[in-house]
Every structure is written in structure tokens, then in C-alpha cells.
Design a protein around this ligand. Structure first.
Ligand SMILES: [Zn+2]
Length: 432
């Protein structure tokens, strides 16, 4: 998924260097010197396979590679398959005042069943500011827009339909007086499947607490997905190796999970939540890793406190009508509009103890960490279900296209991500 940029609040804190009085770093001084290099080799290998979207030929190869890596580290692997429903668009007929235009993508809700829209369109130009969007009365409107207008910045206003057209088609429409349109969507529902890869490092002593460290293994269609998210998987695998050979008592169990079908709308993590309500009661933290090879950051979700979480821990707040359903279509021809989804993606569950551990860790290492709001990926599936969850990610790299190659990966950021996650995980067990 694309981060919910419009909903983000990112602030900078400049962190001090390593203080002499700093407490001992939880991971000790045994962090592997070749951590980043090993993580990078996973990225190279996964990117070589090519696109890893569900149904792509690379999916199976990537899947096998990750399973084999976990097994070679000495962990038992559970493969949890899941089915999901999606909608395949066969044809879109979009006509504005008699002129037929091919949309790049449309935003609607295929699961509501409405396939025909008509009326007067509202144009949102490529330079529209947040203030202008506020004044435009987008609620229930039929919005026609173009890049670089952010999808989530429009969703926030609950339009009925969003039609993305090319920049040149948008310029043509903007020059017209007439904006009456009709849009027909023809397509069919399909059932697809993917899988989550779960490797558990079970505690030897009878601790009952669990931390989940996760990174989605699928990539966006047509993308080798080096940064998004082979980088997260590389760091995840090397964290599994680090903790497997960790000599002291960890203090609980760690599940290393690589989720499938994240790019289609956090499908794998939603399937996991639905299938693991009982054992998630022991989960004290989910730490997700997504896009950690960029030049900027890393940012960690720390802002927002505890806001909007449900009483029933482990139960999803995502609307039942989209349960087990993709939020984005194959070939990217549609993306979902659903007001209940926005509500679920706004929830935060970052108690002071977690923010404290992240700040303490960054200070001890001397890392400059950007505190972030919701970054909008697999961790949000757990957050909205009342489970403490955060994520780490960088920015500044190309994503969701052929340019997401290993050459743009910053190895030093892989090491920062690895150390921060490892340290916060260990401190979390000590905290409980
Ligand atoms: Zn991602």
C-alpha cells in the first residue's frame, strides 16, 4: 500500500550522540558486523526473482526462498495460506460530454455492487492544496483528478467516486465548460490466494509473552520491490538469525512473520488477525518493517498516543463488508473507497512505555529517528484491533515501479533498522 501521506504527522527530533551515562544497550555489543551486508544479499536475491505480487511467477520462488532462509537459521516455519476475494475490471466506459477517456485508475467500492455512475464531475487539479480540498465540498462528489494528487488525501473527504486520468486528458477536461459524465464498470469477482510465512522462536522458559516482528514479502505489480519490501524481509531474516543465536534470556517468544498480499490492501495481516485472536492476547508488541533502505529517516510510528482502540482486543474494526477482500484490484485499475476503512486507519495505539523505549534506544545508539504518525501498512491491522503496534520505514526511494532496484538501497539504514527493532523488542519484554 502507499503510505497515508496526507494523514502523516512527522516531526524531527535531533538526537544526541551516545551519552556516557547511557544505560547498557539491551542488544549488547554482539550485534553482527555483517548484518547489513547479509540483509542486502537477501534484497539482491529477492529483487532478482522479479515482481512478487500474488499470481506473478516470482511469488512462489520468493516464498520458497524466505521459507528456506528461516529453516537454515534453525526455525520451524508455518505456512498459513489464505483466500481472498477481489474484483477484476474487464472494461471501463468513461465519457465526459461525449468524449471517451480511458481512466488510469478509479476509486470506488466494487463490493457495493454499483457499476454505473453519472452526473456532474468535480475537477481536482494537480496543484490542489489541502486548504483547497477542504473548501471543495468533496463529500459524495464524483471527483476527476490526476497525479500527483494523493489518493488518501481525497479519500479523507468521502467522495462517492474518484477517477484518475492522465495529465494531458485532465488538461483537456479542464478546458471544457461541460463536465457531465457517465461511467460504466464491467468486471467480475475472483477468488485468489496467498500465504503468510510464520517462523517462531519460542521461549525456553514458561514465559507467555510474545512479540511479532513482521515484513511483507509481496511486491507491487511490475516492481522488483527491492526497498518495498525486500529490505524489510532482509532485515527480518537477519533479526531472526540474531535472536536465534542470542545467548541471554530474551524474556518471551518472538514470531517472525512475512505477510503476503500487503500491497493489495494488507490482506495477509488481516487474515492473520482473524485466524489468531486467541494467541494475540499474549502479544505485547507488533513491530513492522517496511521500506528501510531509503536515504531519509528512518521514521518510527511514535505519535498519536492511544486513540480510538476497541474494547475487544484482537477483533478487527475493518468493516465486515470488506473482510477477506482486496482493497486494490489486479493491474491497479481500481482502489477502494470505504469510510469505515479510513476510521480504522486513523487509530493509534502507542502507549508511553513504547515511545519511551524507542527514544531510549535511539539515544543509546546515537541514531536520529523521526517520530511518525500512521504510516499505513500491516501494523495498522493490529493497531486498530487494540494491539500495541509500530513500524519503521525510510523515505526518498522510488517505489511501486521498475525503479525499485537494489542500487537505491542504503545499507547503513538496514543496520539502523535492525538495531532499533532488536533493542526495542528486548526492552519490551523487560518492560512487561
Ligand atoms: Zn510495503
Amino acid at each position: 500500500m502507499k503510505p497515508i501521506i496526507a494523514l502523516l504527522t512527522i516531526a524531527y527530533i535531533t538526537c544526541c550522540g551516545i551519552s556516557e551515562s547511557a544505560a547498557q544497550i539491551a542488544i549488547g555489543d554482539g550485534f553482527p558486523v555483517d548484518f547489513a551486508e547479509r540483509a542486502f544479499q537477501h534484497i539482491v536475491r529477492l529483487a532478482e526473482i522479479g515482481p512478487r505480487s500474488p499470481d506473478a511467477t516470482g511469488e512462489k520462488q520468493a516464498f520458497q526462498y524466505i521459507c528456506q532462509q528461516f529453516e537454515s537459521i534453525g526455525l520451524d516455519v508455518e505456512v498459513e495460506k489464505f483466500d481472498y476475494e477481489t474484483f477484476r475490471i474487464d472494461k471501463i466506459d468513461f465519457t465526459v460530454c461525449g468524449q471517451t477517456i480511458e481512466p488510469e485508475t478509479i476509486g470506488f467500492n466494487p463490493y457495493f455492487g454499483r457499476r454505473h455512475f453519472g452526473g456532474s464531475a468535480l475537477l481536482v487539479g494537480p496543484d490542489a492544496t489541502g486548504d483547497q480540498l477542504n473548501e471543495m465540498k468533496l463529500r459524495d462528489a464524483i471527483v476527476v483528478t490526476t497525479s500527483p494528487v494523493e489518493y488518501f488525501s481525497l479519500l479523507f473527504f468521502n467522495p462517492r467516486l474518484i477517477v484518475y486520468v492522465s495529465n494531458s486528458d485532465f488538461a483537456t477536461l479542464a478546458a471544457k465548460d461541460c463536465l457531465s459524465f457517465s461511467l460504466f464498470v464491467d468486471g467480475a469477482f475472483e477468488t485468489s490466494s496467498s500465504a503468510n510465512i510464520v517462523a517462531e522462536l519460542a521461549s525456553e522458559s514458561p514465559h507467555d509473552k510474545e512479540v511479532i516482528v513482521s515484513a511483507h514479502w509481496d511486491s507491487y505489480r511490475n516492481s522488483p520491490g527491492a526497498d518495498d519490501n525486500a529490505s524489510g524481509v532482509g532485515v527480518l531474516l537477519e533479526l531472526a538469525r540474531f535472536f536465534t543465536s542470542y545467548e541471554n534470556d530474551i524474556g518471551g517468544s518472538i514470531k517472525f512473520i512475512s505477510f503476503g498480499a500487503e500491497e493489495l490492501g494488507v490482506v495477509g495481516s488481516r487474515a492473520y488477525l482473524d485466524g489468531h485472536r486467541s494467541d494475540l492476547a499474549d502479544c505485547i508488541l507488533v513491530f513492522n518493517i517496511d521500506q528501510v533502505g531509503g536515504p531519509n529517516g528512518p521514521a518510527i510510528e511514535m505519535l498519536g498516543g492511544v486513540e480510538g482502540i476497541p474494547d475487544r482486543i484482537g477483533f478487527t474494526q475493518f468493516p465486515i463488508r470488506i473482510r477477506n477482500r482486496a482493497l486494490e484490484g489486479p493491474e491497479g485499475r481500481w482502489r477502494i473507497i470505504d469510510t469505515g476503512l479510513i476510521d480504522a486507519f486513523m487509530v493509534t495505539n502507542r502507549p508511553p512505555w513504547l515511545v519511551d523505549l524507542i527514544e531510549t534506544s535511539s539515544k543509546q545508539f546515537g541514531f536520529e529517528i523521526r517520530p511518525a504518525g500512521n504510516l499505513g501498512a500491516d501494523q495498522q491491522v493490529f493497531t486498530q484491533a487494540g494491539i500495541v503496534a509500530t513500524s519503521i520505514g525510510t523515505s526518498g526511494n522510488h517505489h511501486h515501479g521498475p525503479q525499485d532496484v537494489p542500487a537505491q538501497i542504503n545499507k547503513d539504514k538496514l543496520e539502523i533498522a535492525g538495531k532499533m527493532v532488536a533493542n526495542v523488542v528486548l526492552l519490551s519484554f523487560q518492560q512487561q
